[in-house]
Design a protein around this ligand. Structure first.
Ligand code: SAM
Ligand code: SF4
Length: 441
C-alpha cells in the first residue's frame, strides 16, 4: 500500500479557524493525507491565517519564507494559504511568493481537494469566492475515529454588523447559518465518537437563524434541541453580539442545565461616543442592563469580553469610561487589544485621529491590570468550592489530569487516566491567575 501523504497545517487566530483546519484535514483525508505536526516531512503545508489584527499579511509572508528551503529540497511539496489573509490578499500572495501553489478563502474549503489536484498538475490554484452553497455541507464527513471529549462545531459564519474596526464582514462574508438538521447530525456524530462538550461557533453565533421545517430556529431553540442528545453533557457558544442576546437565549441560561454558565459577550468600549464611532449600535448602559438581566437568569454566570483600546479619537475620559464599565460588570476572563487599523475598514481612514502608540500601550496595560485582577478574584473565589470538571487530557505532572470547570477554568487534579472524557466533582484547593488545582471529591 502507498504511504499516506502528510499534511502540515498551521492555524492562526480564532476557534473558528481551529474548526476549519480540522475540517480541511478531514477533507484531505479523503485524498490519502494524514496530518503531521512538523512541516519538515510534509507533502502539503497549509497556513490557515487570521487577518484580525496587526501585520497579519506580513507575518504570513515571513512564515512562507521559512518554507523556502523545504520547497527547494522537495519541489513536489505543495504549499497553500487559507483563511482570512488568503481572502484579503488573493492572487497577490502568489505574485509576492511564487512558491505558493494554492490560495483558498474561508468559504471555499470544500474545494481544497480539487485545488490540490490542480496544484499537483502544476497549475496555480486560487479560490476566494463566496459561493452560494455552505462549505460545511460539501466537506467530507468527519471520519468515525474516536475524538477528544470537547469539540467545536461551527453553526454560523460571516457578519453583517460592520463594526468600523473589523475585517470579518469582508473576509468571511455575509452572515449565514447552517441548517438545523446538519448541525444536529454533526453533533450526534461527535457524541457517538466520545465528545461530551460542544462549543457552537460563529462570528455572531447568537444571530443564528438556521433553516428548519416550519421556519428558522434561533440559537436558544437549537441549544435546547441539542440538550436532548444523550451523552452530550455540556453546551457552550461563542462569540456573541450584545444586540442579538434575545430573551429566549437569556432564559436558556437560567433553565437549560447543559448550557454552561459562561458567556463571552464583547462590549469593546465603555464610552458611548466611541461605541457610536465603532458602529456598535448599543450604548454602555444597554450592555450593563443586559448583563444584569442575564445574571438574574443565571447568577453564577462567568462573564468574558473583548475590549479595544486606542480606537481613533479615544480620549482619556473615554478610556476611563471603559475602566468604569469593567469595574461595574466584573469579568471573570477577558481579551483586550490595542486598536489596529485594518485596510478597507472605515476606521482605518481616520488616520488623523489615531491615538499615539505609547498612549494606547499605557491604556492597554491599565485595562489589563484591572481585568487580570478581576480574573484572579474569580479564580480565588473558587477555592473551597466543588467544581464539576470535564477531564480532557494528561497534565504536565505525573499522574495529573487537566480539565475544565463549568466556568471554563482550567483545573489540575491528581486522577487516573480512566477519567479522561468523564465529568467528576473536584474540591478546589488552590487558585492561580490562569488555572485551579484541586482533589477529586
Ligand atoms: N464578532 C465578535 C464581536 O462582535 O465581538 C468578535 C469578532 S473578532 C474575531 C474578535 C475580537 O477582535 C473583537 O471582539 C475585537 O475586540 C478584536 N478586534 C477586531 N478588530 C480589531 C482591530 N481592528 N483592532 C484591534 N482589535 C480588533
Ligand atoms: Fe467584527 Fe464582531 Fe463587529 Fe461583526 S460584530 S463586525 S465580527 S466585531
Amino acid at each position: 500500500m502507498a504511504e499516506p501523504k502528510k499534511l502540515y497545517i498551521k492555524t492562526y487566530g480564532c476557534q473558528m479557524n481551529v474548526y476549519d483546519s480540522e475540517r480541511m484535514a478531514e477533507a484531505m483525508g479523503g485524498k490519502g493525507y494524514v496530518t503531521t505536526d512538523t512541516p519538515d516531512n510534509a507533502d502539503m503545508i497549509l497556513l490557515n491565517t487570521c487577518h484580525i489584527r496587526e501585520k497579519a499579511a506580513e507575518k504570513v509572508y515571513s512564515e512562507l519564507g521559512r518554507f523556502k528551503p523545504l520547497k527547494k529540497a522537495r519541489p513536489d511539496l505543495k504549499i497553500g494559504v487559507a483563511g482570512c489573509v488568503a481572502q484579503a490578499e488573493g492572487a497577490e500572495i502568489m505574485a509576492r511568493q511564487p512558491m505558493v501553489d494554492m490560495v483558498v478563502g474561508p468559504q471555499s474549503y470544500h474545494r481544497l481537494p480539487e485545488l490540490e489536484e490542480q496544484a499537483r498538475a502544476g497549475k496555480k490554484a486560487l479560490d476566494t469566492d463566496f459561493p452560494e452553497e455552505l462549505k460545511f455541507d460539501h466537506l467530507a464527513k468527519r471520519p468515525k475515529a474516536r475524538r477528544a471529549p470537547t469539540a467545536f462545531l461551527t453553526v454560523q459564519e460571516g457578519c453583517d454588523k460592520f463594526c468600523a474596526f473589523c475585517v470579518v464582514p469582508y473576509t468571511r462574508g455575509a452572515e449565514v447559518s447552517r441548517p438545523v438538521a446538519r448541525v444536529l447530525e454533526e453533533a450526534q456524530d461527535l457524541v457517538e465518537r466520545g465528545v461530551r462538550e460542544i462549543t457552537l461557533l460563529g462570528q455572531n453565533v447568537n444571530a443564528y437563524h438556521g433553516g428548519a421545517e416550519g421556519g428558522a430556529w434561533g440559537l436558544a431553540r437549537l441549544i435546547r434541541r441539542l440538550a436532548e442528545i444523550d451523552g452530550l453533557d455540556r453546551i457552550r457558544f461563542t462569540t456573541s453580539h450584545p444586540n442579538d442576546m434575545e430573551d429566549d437565549l437569556i432564559a436558556a441560561h437560567g433553565d437549560c442545565a447543559k448550557l454552561m454558565p459562561y458567556l463571552h459577550l464583547p462590549v469593546q468600549s465603555g464610552s458611548d461616543r466611541i461605541l457610536k464611532a465603532m458602529n456598535r449600535k448599543h450604548r454602555a448602559a444597554d450592555y450593563v442592563a443586559l448583563i444584569a438581566r442575564i445574571r438574574a437568569a443565571r447568577p453564577d454566570l462567568l462573564l468574558s469580553g473583548d475590549f479595544i483600546v486606542g480606537f481613533p479619537g479615544e480620549t482619556e475620559e473615554d478610556f476611563e469610561d471603559t475602566l468604569r464599565l469593567v469595574e461595574e460588570v466584573r469579568y471573570g476572563q477577558a481579551y483586550s487589544f490595542k486598536y489596529s487599523p485594518r485596510p478597507g475598514t472605515p476606521a482605518a481612514e481616520k488616520e488623523a485621529k489615531m491615538v499615539p502608540a505609547e498612549v494606547a500601550s499605557e491604556r492597554l496595560q491599565r485595562l489589563q491590570d484591572l481585568l487580570n485582577r478581576q480574573q484572579f478574584e474569580h479564580q480565588q473565589a473558587m477555592v473551597g468550592r466543588t467544581a464539576s470538571v470535564l477531564f480532557e487530557k494528561a497534565g504536565r505532572m505525573e499522574g495529573q489530569l487537566v480539565g475544565k470547570s463549568e466556568y471554563l477554568q482550567a483545573v489540575h487534579v491528581q486522577a487516573p487516566d480512566s477519567l479522561i472524557g468523564q465529568i467528576a466533582q473536584v474540591e478546589i484547593t488552590e487558585a492561580g491567575p490562569n488555572s485551579l488545582g484541586g482533589r477529586l471529591a
